[in-house]
Write a protein that binds this ligand. Sequence first.
Ligand code: SAM
Length: 294
Amino acid sequence: MNQRLENGRGFYEASHIRQGEIGRSVHCADIGYACPMTESSKQHAKKSLGQHFLRDHNAIRSIVSAIPEGVTAIEIGPGPGAITESLLARAIKLTVIEMDDRFASHWQDVAKSNPELSVIHGDVMKVLEAAVASVQPEWIAGNLPYNLSGPLTAKLAGFNLSGGMVLMYQREVAERIASGPGSKVYGGLSVLVRHYYDVKRLLTLPPGAFVPPPKVHSAVILMTPHGKTPACSYEALQKTVRQGFAHRRKTINNNFRGELSAEEFEAIEIDPRKRPEQLDYDAWVRITLALSKD
Ligand code: SAM
């Protein structure tokens, strides 16, 4: 048996040895997945926790190589460690946040002999702010559980990291995040992620890149800081965007009825007959500033 597995470390390692063809539906056992509780992924991958484990080496390489060696980072949902192992191999000082008891206790064991690794066992939605405040990460990475991707991204986009974020999403969510004004899928998240970051799609992956395969394609998004000082706070922008996109089919004038008049929209160079999906980031900031003037 692989020495690292006997040590209780690196249970993703075996999948590196006998990786099956991408696109083929496999059980974890088929790819030599050595984690005892994921021997038969169909039974053991928890759907409720969005567990689809990454097994595509090119994807792992792209995600990990976007993050410079030696930085401080947080990984959300390490699971059995597809990304985690490679981040640790890059001498990254890593804190992982994991809700599943099985994976959390595995990484706690690994951390006993690896001072570069810390583990937070909990729900990322509850512990993220405190984790970021104490770890002060330069980077955040994660193959995110799909069920949390919207609300989690709204939280993540509010952190002004010096490095950036590499995050895996369901393809439709990634398209939404990366889209610009005028696109059908442009929405609140597309605006919020631009507060601190430039956004780029790194790669798209088919369902077979994961075990068990999800029903949809996935995509990796890279967010890097644009370095401009925002003119309003993230919280204020979030409030404006939530209200402004509440009724996508209504005009912007209608969505802010009673708060901003048509004349006030014109004063900030926005046509009040426009719909929310037609406004770019700068327009949303101007609305936010106009709303705060009382
Ligand atoms: N990083 C692994 C990979 O790429 O193979 C696993 C990714 S899997 C899509 C999502 C991971 O997030 C799982 O390990 C799951 O247990 C964890 N997770 C799900 N919901 C979570 C939550 N609310 N808080 C923390 N971790 C969570």
